[in-house]
Design a binder for this molecule. Structure first.
Ligand SMILES: *Cc1c(COP(=O)(O)O)cnc(C)c1O
Length: 348
């Protein structure tokens, strides 16, 4: 059997998701979930979807109800929206649509490591372009012939974000589509939605796993011009989002005021984290997301990751060739972050 497996699959390492320890008293700050619950309306919508015979029947293939709701809330044409089983599903659909076998996928580094996995599965080449020391893009951008370019904005693990001028310039410098991965876009000062229709090769992706507190439900969506979305729909699984997911996502999208309050709490806690972690000797890049990237020059950080884990606090250790390592710490609730501070003070 092994010899029948495509060489590109046999040779790849496979994406390594963050640890999902589900011990009840663990403080989980490693995969950027929202520490607050989803809107109560989400649970109501899921309960309502469980009644009658909605589970017996197939869901809406393109998620028309969600598309109309999101179109209304975001002020965009529903035909511009592509639904996905998490935004990772959207990234997969984009790769399958645009990148031929042997093709080229490009992303800045350090960034989201799934992009390389997507290239590997596709049998495509993956090339990275280092961020500048100020976490901006080099100009001119050195690779213009990519079949697809991924830009996480805000970026993970750094939390840094580029603005309209830099994003527009990059889109103009490349031949293929630019995918603006806005998994954290709802937390940022600026996002690229307003450029859809103006910058012809731009595609934006959004996740419900972070801002909308629904990592377990698996939902994300893409935004592109309607003609492109029609092509992408051909590539996706016919029923890639289930009835419960679509009900939950629609209810969450329609409860913007609830999430604006959650966002304000997260921003306030992120401010406390930035101040206290700096005081404790970490170098923090200014974050526009729901996590902070913490580095140290005076001591290795891997032992800190281990010592925190021993105390029941899980953060993400990341190491990037050419950039060194660091801890990516998600913004938790205030009591969780107080536990983090107490543990760090004891360890350091
Ligand atoms: C979390 C994350 C995603 C994936 O989100 P899902 O909707 O859970 O699939 C995509 N891109 C980046 C940069 C992320 O951090």
């Amino acid at each position: 059997m092994q010899s029948s497996i495509r060489e590109s699959v046999r040779n790849m390492a496979g994406y390594m998701p963050g640890e999902q320890l589900n011990t009840p008293d663990i403080v989980k700050l490693n995969t950027n979930e929202n520490p607050y619950p989803a809107s109560p309306r989400v649970l109501e919508a899921i309960r309502a979807a469980l009644t009658g015979d909605r589970l017996r029947k197939y869901p809406e293939p393109t998620g028309q109800t969600f598309r109309r709701a999101a179109g209304r809330v975001l002020g965009i044409d529903p035909e511009c929206i592509l639904i996905g089983n998490g935004s990772d599903d959207i990234l997969t659909i984009l790769t399958r649509t645009f990148v031929p076998e042997g093709g080229l996928l490009v992303s800045p580094t350090p960034s989201y490591i799934l992009y390389k996995t997507l290239a590997d599965i596709q049998g495509a080449r993956f090339q990275t372009v280092p961020f500048t020391p100020e976490w901006t893009l080099p100009t001119p951008w050195p690779v213009s012939d990519a079949h697809l370019t991924f830009l996480a904005n805000p970026n993970s693990p750094t939390g840094t974000a580029l603005g309209e001028v830099a994003v527009t310039r990059l889109a103009q410098e490349i031949r293929g589509p630019l995918v603006l991965d806005e998994a954290y876009g709802d937390f940022a000062e600026w996002n690229g939605l307003g450029l859809i229709g103006k910058v012809p090769n731009l595609i934006v992706t959004r996740s419900f796993s972070k801002y909308y507190s629904l990592a377990g439900i698996r939902f994300g969506f893409g935004i592109a011009d309607p003609a492109t979305v029609r092509e992408l729909i051909k590539v996706k699984d016919s029923y890639n989002c289930n009835v419960l997911t679509l009900a939950a996502a629609t209810a969450a999208m329609e409860d913007q005021s609830y999430y604006a309050d959650v966002r304000a709490k997260i921003m306030a806690t992120r401010g406390r984290m930035t101040a206290t972690l700096t005081e404790l000797g970490f170098e923090i890049t200014p974050s526009q997301a729901n996590f902070v990237w913490c580095r140290r020059t005076d001591r290795p950080v891997y032992p800190l990751y281990e010592a925190l884990k021993q105390r029941g606090i899980l953060v993400r250790y990341m190491n990037y060739a050419g950039f060194g390592d660091g801890l990516r710490i998600s913004v938790g609730t205030d009591p969780e972050i107080d536990r983090l501070f107490t543990a760090l003070r004891a360890i350091l």
